[in-house]
Design a protein around this ligand. Sequence first.
Ligand code: GLP
Length: 254
Amino acid sequence: MDIGIFHTSDEAARAAAQIVIEKPHSTLGVATGSTPLGLYAELRKAWQDGRFSASSAYALDEYVGIDADHPEGYRNVLRRELLGQTGLTGETLHTPDGNAEDPVAAAAAYDFAIGAAGVDLQILGLGSDGHIGFNEPGGSLVSRTHVEVLASTTRHDNARFFGNDPEAVPATCITQGLGTIMEAKVLLLLAFGAGKAEAVTHLVEGAVSAAWPCTIMQMHPEVYVLTDEEAAAGLEHADLYRERWSALHSERRA
Ligand code: GLP
């Protein structure tokens, strides 16, 4: 793992954009939530300058049963953030079908499509309970895309997008599985704020365990974890990570 600890989330977003632009990025995996928004703004700028263009993208997850027009449906969030501004079109931005009659079949079909396309670089946020995508604690570490029940902590965390009402947050979703996510060639995870510190500590320094699903990323050969100071506050070996980052990535200030 390469861990970059930045003073601000804006600096981390700029470094993340550099990584996306430098790595093979024709097929991206894209996350939602508030964390990657700064990175998406940087990618839009890079597209305007002709430095970046994605040919296709696959979302990590989608709520089940959310109204197709709901502004917080992940398809709609990603359309607002990325469509027509990063090289992506309605045909090349793929999301799980949260309104399918048979969500289990829709999850399997989505998993097949991702496997056929092959994700070059997967962008990830981090749940405060250690989820990536919506893979909540206690699931399989090698799961495929599946229907998941959201943890109550996650519904509370995401209530801010639903009028601060946890009950208004859909109870289930379709998420790429941990096994699916791990097949991407490069993983780029962003985490900001004190609320992510415990999960970041487990992700980087904890034992690999279904109790903290993000820890499976320790088994991936090319992972970038970019945080602000608050999210990195619990890391025992932060000084070592800073030294390693400046030795390997001096062009990306940390
Ligand atoms: C959400 C999403 C994740 C996201 C995470 C963190 O519920 N399913 O993909 O990374 O939780 O969200 P945020 O970035 O808003 O803190």
